[in-house]
Design a protein around this ligand. Structure first.
Ligand code: GLA
Length: 383
């Protein structure tokens, strides 16, 4: 991949890149929308991701090119968000702005080329991968060193402040901390990251529904607001609770009428997800894969009923998957409102079965799913 990106870079810019960096996409394994609620989450970095090559320039220009779009020329002195078809620029430009505002000295601009092995819109967070690869590349040319937490925070801040999505640390944290054959576990309140080995002979299959909610970003922001509205009500009774994740199910149940049906269900999802992350960690350490699968399925059900961030296409994929043998569990992965379903399977689940699910999905929903069989790989790094 690095060679392909280097050749692409040289063809466009007629110079050799000075540095190359890679950052992976991620699977959200369990812990849905818990990250910005100070909760627990587990994810895996995948082997697919984004590679960037960079060289410094002598002027203050920034020249950016991706394998899917033409060359764009900007200035280091005018870093503002872009709308429309070029909005992919907000990831590298947002990261540049965040690092600039942090005090990283940028005396001259840069050339940057990007290639990807992450299928577009596959629900595996190509945006976080792009942010982290860019941050590593910029760090290399401007002499800014950071640890993995720092790297994840730069990416998240670019996403929050520049792209405008009030996301938590999940995507960037997993992309930074990923390790082969491992899950990354995150306590988002303390930003403590851990590594949990994935049991042998288990596999990840991603089924991208290719359904995108027209207003996916605003739907995400709505959920973010609803969670904070629920917390504000709960804090009247439980003033010590800094986040929704500090609330127990019993406390929630006592506040059901104060919250009203909608906010009660939203909060149940977050509190339930935290419990399911704990259950999954315990089940993984005792090797109880059926219990892991049961928690994954319960997570999807809670998304469907409580958080309402599933859509019919994702529900159909989960139902079809559950009809197949050799599947421990399946659930939507990531923000929801379209996107992808993840199936956690034994090694006996194979492409024929995956194809059968995709065919039945297309017959039912009129959309072709993209199927990706992937595994957990290493986190963001310079190549
Ligand atoms: C998206 C966001 C993450 C997280 C998930 C839902 O992927 O970017 O921060 O909130 O949705 O768990």
């Amino acid at each position: 991949m690095a060679d392909k990106t280097k050749r692409f870079f040289e063809r466009i810019f007629n110079v050799k890149p000075e540095h190359t960096a890679f950052a992976p996409g991620r699977i959200e394994f369990i812990g849905n929308h818990t990250d910005y609620n100070g909760g627990l989450v587990m994810g895996a970095a995948v082997t697919e991701g984004i590679t960037v090559c960079i060289s410094s320039r002598e002027d203050r220009a920034i020249h950016l090119v991706s394998d899917g779009a033409g060359l764009v020329k900007l200035s280091l002195d005018k870093l503002s968000p872009v709308v429309g078809p070029d909005s992919w620029l907000n990831y590298p430009v947002g990261v540049t702005k965040v690092m600039h505002d942090m005090g990283v000295e940028m005396p001259t601009g840069f050339n940057l080329a990007i290639t990807t092995t992450l299928p577009a819109g596959a629900g595996m967070s190509s945006s976080a991968a792009f942010e982290l690869a860019t941050a590593l590349a910029l760090g290399a040319i401007y002499g800014h060193r950071t640890d993995k937490v720092g790297l994840a925070r730069i990416g998240r801040q670019a996403e929050n402040d520049f792209v405008g999505l009030p996301c938590g640390i999940l995507d960037q944290g997993v992309s930074a901390f990923g390790e082969s054959d491992s899950l990354v576990s995150i306590d988002c309140e303390t930003e403590v990251f851990g590594i949990v080995t994935i049991p042998k002979d288990t596999h990840f299959w991603i089924f991208n529904s290719n359904k995108k909610h027209a207003l996916v970003d605003s739907a995400y922001a709505d959920r973010h607001e609803e969670c904070h509205a629920a917390l504000a009500i709960l804090q009247k009774t439980f003033p010590g609770a800094k986040t929704l994740s500090a609330i127990s199910q019993a406390q929630l149940d006592r506040s059901e009428s104060a919250l009203g049906d909608l906010l009660y269900r939203r909060a149940c999802h977050i509190v339930g997800e935290n419990d399911r992350v704990r259950a999954v960690e315990a089940a993984l350490s005792s090797g109880d894969l059926l219990a892991v699968g049961a928690a994954l399925n319960a997570s999807h059900e809670s998304s469907r009923v409580n958080f309402e961030n599933s859509v019919e296409q994702l529900d159909v994929l989960v139902e079809l998957l559950m009809e197949q043998p050799h599947i421990y569990g399946a659930r939507l992965t990531g923000g929801g409102f379209g996107g992808a379903v993840m199936a956690f399977t034994s090694s006996k689940f194979g492409s024929d079965q995956a194809q059968a699910v995709a065919t039945a999905y297309e017959a039912k929903c009129g959309l072709a799913a993209t199927v990706i069989h992937t595994r957990a790989g290493q986190g963001a790094r310079r190549l």
